[in-house]
Design a protein around this ligand. Structure first.
Ligand SMILES: C[S@@+](CC[C@H](N)C(=O)[O-])C[C@H]1O[C@@H](n2cnc3c(N)ncnc32)[C@H](O)[C@@H]1O
Length: 212
C-alpha cells in the first residue's frame, strides 16, 4: 500500500500549494527552524543557474520548482527535463514553471526512461526519502550521467533529533526514510563517483559528486 507521503504527492490540492506554501515550511523544518537549508538552497539555485550548455535531468521534480533556475543559464542545446510520477505535480509544473528549455515527463525514478549517459547534471531534491527503493533509484541517476557529469542530491539524514530513538518509527509511519550518515556517500563511492561532498543542514544532507 502507498505510504501517506506517497498518496499526498498525487493530491491535486497539495501540488497546488506545494511550491509556495509547503516547500518553504518544509525547508525550514529540515534545519529544525534555522536557516541553513534555505541558505544552501539559495546557493544551489544560483549554481544551477550558471551559464553553460548542459543537459539537466531533475528526478522527482514535483511542480518543477527548480526548473526556471536550472534553465536560466542554459546555452546552445542545453535543456532541462523534469521527471515525476505524479500527474498532479506535472500538471502544476506545466502551469507554473514552463520555460522554452524545459520539458516535463511522467516516469518512475526506479526505471528512468532515457539512454544511459544522456545528462550532464542530474538532480534529485527532497524526494529520495520518499522513493521505495532509493538506492536503486540512485543507480539509475548515476546511469544517466555522461562522463564528467554531476549528481546533486538533497535528502534526509539521521542527525540531530532524527538520530534520537523513535525517529525511525515516526518517519516509517509517514513513509519518509532517514538515511544513515554515510549511506548515500558509501553507495555513490561504490559507483565510482568522485569529488564527493556532503553538507549536513539539520536533518537534511546535500550530496554532490561527479562521474569519472
Ligand atoms: C517532496 S516532492 C519534491 C519536489 C521537488 N524536487 C522539490 O525539491 O521540492 C517529492 C516528489 O517526488 C515524487 N516521487 C516520489 N516517488 C517517485 C518515483 N518513484 N518516481 C518519480 N517521482 C517520484 C513525488 O511525486 C513528488 O513530486
Amino acid at each position: 500500500m502507498a505510504s501517506l507521503a506517497e498518496q499526498t504527492m498525487h493530491n491535486r490540492v497539495f501540488s497546488q500549494i506545494y511550491e509556495r506554501a509547503w516547500r518553504p515550511i518544509f525547508t525550514r523544518g529540515f534545519s529544525l527552524g534555522g536557516s541553513s537549508t534555505a541558505d544552501y538552497d539559495r546557493a544551489l539555485r544560483a549554481y544551477l543557474a550558471r551559464p553553460g550548455e548542459r543537459r539537466v535531468l531533475d528526478v522527482a521534480c514535483g511542480p518543477g520548482n527548480y526548473a526556471k533556475d536550472a534553465a536560466k543559464g542554459l546555452t546552445g542545446v542545453g535543456s532541462y527535463v523534469g521527471l515525476d510520477y505524479s500527474a498532479a505535480m506535472l500538471a502544476q509544473a506545466a502551469h507554473d514553471n514552463h520555460t522554452d528549455r524545459a520539458t516535463f515527463v511522467r516516469g518512475d525514478a526506479h526505471a528512468l526512461p532515457f539512454r544511459s549517459g544522456s545528462y550532464d547534471t542530474v538532480t534529485c531534491l527532497a524526494a529520495l526519502y520518499l522513493i521505495p527503493d532509493p538506492l536503486s533509484a540512485l543507480d539509475e541517476m548515476v546511469r544517466m550521467l555522461a562522463p564528467g557529469g554531476e549528481l546533486i542530491v538533497f535528502t534526509s539524514i539521521q542527525s540531530g533529533v532524527a538520530a534520537l530513538p523513535g525517529a525511525d518509527l515516526v518517519s516509517g509511519v509517514l513513509g519518509l526514510r532517514l538515511f544513515s550518515r554515510t549511506e548515500i556517500l558509501d553507495h555513490l563511492r561504490a559507483h565510482e563517483l568522485v569529488g564527493l561532498e556532503q553538507t549536513i543542514t539539520g536533518v537534511g544532507q546535500y550530496v554532490h559528486g561527479r562521474k569519472l
